[in-house]
Design a protein around this ligand. Sequence first.
Ligand SMILES: Cc1cc2nc3c(=O)[nH]c(=O)nc-3n(C[C@H](O)[C@H](O)[C@H](O)COP(=O)(O)OP(=O)(O)OC[C@H]3O[C@@H](n4cnc5c(N)ncnc54)[C@H](O)[C@@H]3O)c2cc1C
Length: 435
Amino acid sequence: MSYNTLRSAVRGRVLLPGDEEFDTARTPWNLSVDQPVAAVVHVEDADDMAAVVGYARAAGLSVTAQPNGHGASGTAADTILVRTRRLDRIEVDPVRRRARVGAGTSWGELLTAAARHGLTGLAGSSPVVSVVGYTLGGGLSWFGRKYGWAADSVRAFDIVDADGRQTRVTAETDPELFWALRGGGGDFALVTAVEFDLFAAPSLFGGSIVWPAERTAAVCAAFQDITDDAPAELTVWLNRLQPPQGPPVIAIAATYLGESARGRDLLRRLDAIDGIVADTRREFSPAELGTIANEPTAPGPGLLRTELLTTLDETAVEILLQAPIDPLMGIQLRQLGGALAEPTRGAVPPFAEPYALSLLAIGSDPDTVDAVRFTQKRIIADLGARVSGRRPYTVLSAGDSVTEVFDTSTLDRLRKLKRARDPHGVFRANFPVLY
Ligand SMILES: Cc1cc2nc3c(=O)[nH]c(=O)nc-3n(C[C@H](O)[C@H](O)[C@H](O)COP(=O)(O)OP(=O)(O)OC[C@H]3O[C@@H](n4cnc5c(N)ncnc54)[C@H](O)[C@@H]3O)c2cc1C
């Protein structure tokens, strides 16, 4: 089937191999991942998305949506890549405390719009990640300990189904699909917009504090003390960083959803650890949430491995914070617990584990990739049963599988729905439920 048919069916730009901008358009944010797609369509609206689905189905191709490719996995052969950035409409209803955003909206854009009304959504650490991609995978938020998974805050998805029909999916109209879209990933529909709850955030305290690596033992002890009995409004992360230039450091990043005085008080024990080289703690606007972790906002070749940690005992501390970790750039421990451990209304599994562990590196040349993957595997093996083996969907990397995310009965339910609603495999998530 000729691509001229596709070009005449959509308002947006269609780019094919050989077109000047094709390589730029197909390249994901994570530059360590190659995406050999068949075509890229910069869709203008939901009608364009429906037209792409109709074309793909007739041509025997798949469709995958990516606002930008933070979660790209490379599973993209024979696929039309839909870029959704133009669907960036944001509506905030401060009375009902609801937001409705298009499929191309980033968290930074939504947080800015909601903060004008003293409200926030359940965003993660990065302002450039999309609301829809993050939420379809569950969405592990700075405020998850208080309000749970972002996916559970959703009230409705506007979608295009595998027959190219545009519908609104809610708990009432289509409970099974609504369940799957809340944590099961992008394998079931193209989402054109999402509507979800916002939460009061009149004040927010947080920041990051950095010490030389020599203070690791004291900072780790304080981290364990603070996280042991933290209220759900407080979330604290520990970062061991080995930047390519500059000395190694140990750092804390934290947010407290409440008054600054109380937030400052909860973190006071950190003040007693001398040698602080940087301290950004202050009252923040929720619009500035993305600056707290200060993660890179420009594309790069990230090599991430995330696991859930069942305990941070002496051996785990030795392996993660004291032993050499070259060629990794850093290790991050995110505090979980609170509402994240409670049963959910969607496919996203609750986390009983107290910490999420990420082993971070950058690089794309084969030797570096091999060395990083080897070190990540070695550290995980050394941790043994301290690693539960389950992984959050949103932080899976190329080569990972959803079998590490869902228990058997959840995965069976997702697969049954996939076969029923998308029997021709029109939709291809970054981490598919079937293959
Ligand atoms: C710097 C950084 C920080 C992060 N921090 C967090 C964090 O704190 N918490 C957390 O949970 N995750 C975090 N993530 C992971 C992030 O949530 C995932 O990478 C997520 O997949 C990003 O969504 P995206 O839409 O931006 O990326 P994309 O790669 O563009 O999309 C990811 C997948 O979502 C699906 N998808 C996207 N849009 C649609 C659509 N319209 N219809 C159907 N399917 C769609 C597709 O399957 C797509 O492959 C972080 C990632 C980065 C790079």
